[in-house]
Structures are given as structure tokens and as C-alpha cells.
Ligand binder design. Structure first.
Ligand code: FES
Length: 157
């Protein structure tokens, strides 16, 4: 972990009381996850027991304690998506990426997760890649999506 980058973040919160959640969010924005060493440093900075910082970091689903991939692939498994084949789509995503749900590819390019509902039920089944919704997905469409190089796709658009 880059201690200098962490210290710059902590310096912004100098003199503020509380702020644990804000610091955790800012550190995760910077590093993409919450490195263990950062959690100990945050505890030290806030003069809190490390167990308290770890319990907050593990309580919220949106905090990650392990490094995530550059791209987050979220496959909706909510009811509307489920009845239209979301299970097959998730299985296809696992096969394309060579990982199970909840895992990250060894090259840290992709993380795969299942979500309950993305709030786009009319577009079901839905896959979210980073901030982009992919609607009315099929097994064929998800294969195409996950086998094309997303980094190159971004630079072409
Ligand atoms: S159930 Fe999938 S978007 Fe709502």
C-alpha cells in the first residue's frame, strides 16, 4: 500500500471528529478497496480500536477488503431478471471470466457479483458493467460482452 497516498487522504480529515465512514469511502475511492494496513492506520489516526474500524468496514456491503478488478460485472438475479434467464446469464459470465461469483480474475481485470435488483426490471434481464447497464441480455450477448476487450471498447467510444 502507498502510505504517502493514504497520509494525503488522512490529512484532509485532520481535526475532524468522527468521519470514519467518510475516510473509508475516500480510501476505497483511492485504492479500489480497503487494504488491511490502511484500516490499522485509520484506527490509529482516529484513535479508535482497530476492531471497531474493521467491524464498520465489514458491516457495509459497499466496502471491499480485497482488491477488486478494474471492471465490476454485476449480474442481476432479481425476480424480473430471474424469470427471463438470469441464472444462465450468471453461469455464462462465470464461464467467460473463468471465475465464480464473488471472485476476481487473477489479472485483476474483472470482478463478478450477483445483485438483487438493479431497478431496471423493464429492461430485464440486466447486467451492469461498471456504470453501464446492458439490457435484455441473452447468453449470446453476455458472451460477446465479456469476451470483447472492455478497455479497448472504452477508448473507441
Ligand atoms: S430484477 Fe433485475 S433489474 Fe429488477
Amino acid at each position: 500500500m502507498d502510505t504517502e497516498r493514504l497520509n494525503k487522504i488522512l490529512a484532509v480529515f485532520e481535526g475532524e471528529r468522527g468521519g470514519l465512514i467518510s475516510i473509508l469511502q475516500r480510501v476505497q475511492e483511492e485504492f479500489g478497496y480497503l487494504p488491511e494496513a490502511a484500516l490499522f492506520s485509520i484506527a490509529d489516526f482516529l484513535k479508535l480500536p482497530p476492531s471497531q474500524v474493521f467491524s464498520v468496514a465489514t458491516f457495509y456491503d459497499h466496502f471491499y477488503l480485497t482488491r477488486r478488478g478494474d471492471h465490476l460485472v454485476s449480474v442481476c438475479q432479481g425476480t424480473a431478471c430471474h424469470v427471463l434467464g438470469a441464472r444462465d446469464i450468471l453461469e455464462t459470465a462465470e464461464n467467460c471470466l473463468g471465475i465464480k461469483t464473488g471472485q476476481t480474475t487473477p489479472d485483476y481485470k474483472y470482478s463478478l457479483e450477483r445483485v438483487a435488483c438493479l431497478g431496471s426490471c423493464a429492461l430485464a434481464p440486466v447486467v451492469l458493467v461498471d456504470d453501464e447497464i446492458h439490457s435484455r441480455m441473452t447468453v449470446r450477448k453476455v458472451k460477446k460482452l465479456l469476451t470483447e476487450d472492455l478497455d479497448n471498447t472504452e477508448t473507441q467510444t
